[in-house]
Design a protein around this ligand. Structure first.
Ligand code: TYD
Ligand code: MG
Length: 456
């Protein structure tokens, strides 16, 4: 029989190499290869043997029409914001990876989830980080009914799967995947190969048994989930927990979801009784200014399927440095550099000798290009030390030639702004309502950056 061989797997791109190298030949990253044991390939004879068993329950070709309806059995968890991010509830046999900074509330949320499921779905909470006493104490503090909750303090995947096979939980939580290891490998727990293999075993378990599996993942300094990128490809959904240190609010974002919209947001507030849902989150990402302040602009973002009012703040200040600083919190850094170049070229404001800091209030991350225009309005407002008119919102993508491009769902964003008492909106021309008014919102439709800045 062929022996198991060792392969070296890149933690960035997941590609396999037969020898260890300092640099991954596929993606060019340095020091990312880790050892990994590969099961021996089956011999052709053995393979033919397994095909011979096709009649007895092995996979076979099936018309999709006959499977489509049976699939996607969803269970509502009973925590509305979590159901929303999952795309409408927990799907049978799905694997969900939950990432986020330490202490943001991953363990708390998943424990609350099991509590909310209660006796409706049997569950098992596998803790590799905390003792069961700690988990139980937390469950008690969260006010959960303890009876239906079962815990297991274990980190060896073989033993976890043994217990799971005996207990047959419908929902399995593994906290965290970085602590889990397999006997097949000699690498330390948390290493790329251990994480990849353990996650693969748990994924297989989910698909075979139809149980929902939740994996908690640690986040690296760069903000990705620690371990191989393939982890994100393996699972059905990747949820990121975001939030500002010191802020009560936590945002759960679907970064990938095979069963729902990506970028869907769920908003929670951390309280002494755990995470509470914030079902109408629009107003929490606005800071409470009593009067208009320079450097602040309000935008309507639409991440996922609901619009949100979000404040963007900028501070522009003369820089003592040869290379002035450009700092973007909650936005992409490169996008900011590009926008500042467009501002100079097409808006006539030169900030090359200024430090520019931009921050999205509330620790939320805005990824859509609709933030371009509000960012530039905030930057210019701070640069000129002149506040934008009161009760004004803006959104729109800014192109390299200074044109303002439309963004999806313009009307829905305007309605959200009107509902929250805003009276002016600076928006791309194609996003202005074709007929009629939205509330008492005065819509200023703009084509070029120059027009938009003049309106602000
Ligand atoms: P935790 O869920 O342990 O985070 P993670 O698993 O992501 O590392 O985070 C808990 C944090 O939240 C911790 O700092 C304490 C705080 N907390 C509360 O404020 N209220 C509560 O009811 C609980 C359980 C935790
Ligand atoms: Mg934890």
């Amino acid at each position: 029989m062929a022996k198991a061989r060792t392969a070296y797997v890149c933690s960035q791109c997941g590609s396999e190499h037969s020898k260890w190298q300092g640099q991954c030949a596929d993606c060019g990253a340095w020091n990312t290869l880790g050892a990994f044991v590969v099961e021996p390939a089956q011999t052709p004879a053995a393979r033919r043997g397994s095909y011979a068993g096709a009649a007895a329950g092995a996979p076979r070709i099936t018309p999709l029409a006959s499977v489509a309806l049976a699939q996607e059995a969803r269970t509502s968890i009973g925590i509305g914001e979590l159901d929303r991010v999952l795309g409408g509830g927990l799907v049978e046999g799905s694997v969900v990876l939950v990432g986020g900074d330490p202490g943001i509330g991953k363990s708390t949320l998943l424990l609350q989830m099991l509590g909310a499921l209660g006796t409706r779905l049997s569950s098992l909470y596998v803790s590799g980080e905390e003792s069961l006493a700690q988990v139980a104490a937390r469950a008690q503090r969260l006010g959960l009914a303890l009876d239906p909750l079962r815990g297991l303090a274990e980190t060896c995947i073989e033993r976890i799967l043994e217990h799971a096979a005996a207990e047959r939980p419908r929902v399995l939580v593994v906290d965290s995947i970085q602590t889990i290891w397999t006997e097949l490998l000699t690498a330390a727990p948390g290493s790329v190969s251990q994480v990849r293999e353990s996650a693969a075993r748990l994924t297989r378990y989910a698909k075979e048994t139809g149980s929902g599996v939740f994996l908690v993942g640690h986040v690296t300094k760069e903000g990705g989930i620690a371990g191989p990128r393939v982890l994100e490809h393996m699972v059905d959904a990747v949820l990121y927990f975001e939030g500002e240190a010191g802020s009560r609010f936590r945002v759960l974002r679907a970064f990938k979801n095979r069963f729902g919209a990506v970028n869907e947001l769920g908003v929670f507030a951390m309280s002494d009784k755990g995470l509470r849902e914030v079902p109408n989150p629009s107003a929490i990402f606005l800071s409470a200014h009593s009067e208009p302040t320079p450097g602040s602009a309000v935008m309507v973002t639409r991440e996922g399927t609901r619009p949100l009012l979000v404040e963007v703040q900028a501070l522009v200040d003369a820089s003592p440095l040869a290379n002035p600083r450009r700092v973007a919190l909650g936005l992409e850094q490169n996008r900011l550099a590009m926008l500042l170049a467009v501002l100079h070229r097409h808006g006539g404001a030169a900030v090359y000798d200024q430090d520019v800091f931009v921050n999205v209030v509330g620790g939320i991350r805005v990824q859509e290009t609709a933030a371009d225009l509000p960012v530039l309005l905030a930057v210019l407002s701070s640069f000129r030390n002149r506040a934008l008119p009161d009760k004004t919102i803006a959104f729109g993508e800014v192109g390299l030639s200074g044109e303002i491009r439309p963004v999806p769902n313009g009307e829905e964003r305007l309605k959200e702004a009107a509902t929250h008492g805003f009276v002016r909106a600076i928006v791309p021309r194609a996003n202005a309502p074709k007929k009629g008014r939205i509330g008492n919102l005065e819509v200023i439709a703009v084509d070029r950056l120059g027009d938009a800045l003049a309106a602000g």
